[in-house]
Design a protein around this ligand. Structure first.
Ligand code: KG4
Ligand code: ZN
Length: 344
């Protein structure tokens, strides 16, 4: 059995966790920066980096104490090395390097997206490779064919905004607060999903790519029309996202031969309406459905520790001069989506 210390700091959560190769989470500690960013209605990179510096070391100490282990007991240190806000990524990665050097432990540089992608395997030992993964977070919206640890084929991505970004922008437009996803979900509960006619970008197109920028603009126009209740806009927006995710995922199921399961991960996977809709889609296709528990969907260090455990078992460790990467696609061979902006 291997014991891995995981560190995460790529966006606005600082986190440290101790995870075993046998799927036991001995400790997972998290400090959210929500209060720091709320006045700005979004994550401010410079503020995020400074806040990570302040709490990363105390969080590591807290995790070790909670798990009742010493650094010397750890087999390897796994830290997010990208993609993300580079100032924050560097805080976790440099901390990981320093601890690895001081304690003479191997370092594992984890791709944050691989953390999300493998998190359902931490939650459930029954999930085997290969599987079809819908990875929906604040920065990414992708369909991936997960073949093995370190082997991902990207079937589709967003040509503009990520789904979580659309939730966050909608919340801001409707004055629902920050972070946006949970706020929109709560408002949508009291609204009518059919009240506001909103577009379903790219629905029915052959390649299963996503687009959410037009939907966001339509939310703005609906708000400015001044005739709709914000709960109705929230519910209609959420329904439009669900319809897009379902249509695109079905398209991917049709082309992803051999997938043994349908899996969803990432912050947006915490949305109950989206989880239920995907579960239905999986059932219609005769596929088992896996979604991590809510705490494992949004950013955390247990998923980084677990990805570290999977990589460690495969003999994959990294040199101490490994670089932090603001961009780091899981599938380096993926072609750019047609009509896409800069997002990888
Ligand atoms: O995975 P994550 O914590 O960070 C990134 O790697 O991006 O995802 C954060 C995103 C945010 O955009 C947030 O609004 C969204 O996930 N999110 C949700 C919900 N909870 C978090 N979106 C919809 N419904 C939710 N309940
Ligand atoms: Zn994330």
């Amino acid at each position: 059995m291997a014991l891995i210390l995981g560190l995460e700091s790529s966006c606005d959560e600082t986190a440290a966790a101790l995870v075993t190769s046998e799927r036991t989470v001995l400790a997972h500690c998290l400090a959210t920066q929500e209060a720091h960013h709320r006045p700005f209605g979004g994550v401010v990179p410079e503020i995020a980096a400074r806040a990570h510096v302040e709490v990363m070391t105390p969080l590591v100490e807290q995790a070790l104490a909670q798990a009742n282990v010493r650094l010397a007991d750890v087999d390897a240190i796994a830290a997010t090395a990208g993609p993300g806000l580079i100032g924050g990524v560097m805080v976790g990665l440099v901390t990981g390097k320093a601890l690895a050097h001081a304690a003479s432990k191997p370092l594992i540089a984890v791709n944050h997206l691989e953390g999300h992608a493998l998190s359902p395997r931490l939650a459930n030992p029954d999930l085997q490779f290969p599987y079809l993964l819908l990875l929906v977070s604040g920065g990414h919206c992708q369909l991936l064919y997960v073949e093995a640890v370190g082997r991902y084929r990207r079937l589709a991505t967003t040509i503009d905004d990520a789904a979580g970004e659309a939730f966050d922008k909608t919340a801001k437009l409707l004055g629902l607060g920050f972070p946006g996803g949970p706020a929109v979900e709560a408002a949508a509960k009291a609204g009518n999903p059919k009240a506001v006619p909103l577009p379903r970008p790219l629905l029915g197109t052959k390649e299963p790519h996503f687009s959410f920028a037009g939907l966001k603009s339509a939310v703005l126009r609906a708000r400015d029309a001044g005739v709709y209740k914000s709960e109705d806009i929230a519910a209609s927006f959420q329904q439009a996202v669900v319809d897009c995710l379902l249509d695109r995922t079905q398209r991917a199921v049709d082309v992803a031969d051999g997938a043994t399961a349908l899996v969803v991960a990432g912050g947006v996977a915490a949305n109950h309406t989206i989880r239920a809709a995907l579960e239905g889609l999986a059932a219609r296709n005769g596929l088992p459905f896996f979604a991590p528990p809510l705490w494992l969907c949004t950013d955390n260090a247990a998923m980084i520790g677990w990805a570290g455990a999977e990589r460690f078992a495969a003999g994959l460790t990294d040199p101490l001069d490994v670089a932090a990467r603001p961009r780091w696609p899981l599938d380096p061979d993926a072609e750019k989506a047609r009509g896409a902006g800069v997002k990888a």
